[in-house]
Ligand binder design. Structure first.
Ligand code: AHM
Ligand code: MG
Length: 325
């Protein structure tokens, strides 16, 4: 059953909200490119086992074609589609060492940083995974270099993520609002299903890897114990899926620095900044425990960070415990 007719489509929303407005002019094309890419990725995910794309890069499938891992395939899909959309100057990608420079004509007004397939441990076990995008506006007439992407998260003009779960949902945040769209798998069209998302004040859930408890320092252990005492635990192990649930239902995600990851595990530019932006625009917060995520001045593209993300009050309380307050 095609449900598009009853809802406002992403394309209709994008044209009215994200084109012709100063800072956001052209954002509609970038978001539509992301949506188109995510439809292709969602189809690949659904067909993955049958299509034999879960193997290691370098294998050959029955058609004699090289088999691509799903994360490499997703990266290629989004890079191609963002290049072609005509509004993106440079792309930074978790899967690619160096930034992909597209061009610096005035119309190439946006810079995109992305984790094309988040939740690597869940890719081949049929559990929800996602894609994450941070979007910056290029300063007019600036030449685009590898260093152009090293900007703090508070300069993002938009951020988006897709969760490939029991349904495929695209959430887009700008400084005006956070909107959620669900993919109609028959038509390939996204429709507005979650207008004006605000994170609930209540915080029923905390999401953290409890298996890491012994590797935490004393203050982080205290913070986790505090969460245990107050909330139910939910942990998918795909950041996008954990964040999406907490955004809609209320909750907090925590991945502190630990013995295995002294700088934290998650990536500042591809994961923490975009989801931190979404969280803040929805009334939540994002912190390292010591500072606001969006205030960090990045030193390199692939740097990691501790991350506390979600309900504002609980993020602040948890950060203060981790700081040793
Ligand atoms: P990835 O980008 O390779 O998928 O790694 C990031 C993922 C997040 O999606 C998730 O929150 C976290 O790693 C889970 O880590 P762990 O398995 O250590 O709990
Ligand atoms: Mg990831």
């Amino acid at each position: 059953m095609v449900i598009v007719g009853q809802h406002r489509t992403l394309s209709e929303f994008a044209t009215s909200a994200w084109s012709g407005h100063d800072q956001l002019d052209g954002l509609d094309a970038v978001i539509m490119a992301i949506a188109k890419g995510s439809y292709k990725v969602s189809q690949k995910i659904r067909a993955a086992t049958l299509a034999d794309v879960l193997g290691v890069t370098g294998e050959t499938n029955v058609h004699g074609e090289m088999v691509q891992r799903l994360d490499a395939a997703s990266s290629d899909i989004f890079v191609d589609i963002l290049r072609q959309c005509g509004h993106v100057a440079v792309i930074g990608c978790e899967e690619i060492e160096e930034p992909v420079i597209v061009g610096d004509d005035p119309q190439h007004a946006f810079m995109v940083l992305m984790d094309p397939l988040d939740g690597s441990s869940n890719i081949d076990v049929a559990v929800s995974i996602g894609s994450i995008f941070g979007i910056w506006r290029r300063s007019d007439n600036d030449r685009v270099t590898d260093a152009s992407l090293l900007r703090p998260g508070n300069e993002q003009v938009a951020a988006a993520y897709i969760v490939y779960g029991s349904s495929t949902v695209l959430v887009v945040a700008t400084r005006n609002s956070v909107q959620g769209f669900t993919l109609d798998p028959e038509s390939g069209v996204f429709v507005l299903t979650h207008p004006d998302i605000n994170i609930p004040m209540e915080c029923p859930y905390y999401s953290t890897n409890e298996g890491n408890f012994k590797a935490l320092n004393e203050t982080s252990r205290r913070a986790v114990k505090n969460l245990r005492a107050a909330y139910s635990q939910r942990y998918v192990g795909s950041l996008v899926a954990d964040f999406h649930r907490n955004l809609l239902k209320g909750g907090i995600f925590l991945y502190p620095a630990d013995r295995n990851y002294p700088e934290g595990k998650l990536r500042l530019m591809y994961e923490a900044n975009p989801l931190g932006f979404v969280a803040e625009q929805a009334g939540g917060a994002a912190s390292t425990g010591k500072q606001r995520i969006l205030d960090i001045l990045p030193e390199h593209l692939h740097q990691r960070t501790p991350l506390i993300l979600g309900n504002r009050d609980v993020v602040e309380q948890t950060a203060s415990l981790i700081k040793g307050g």
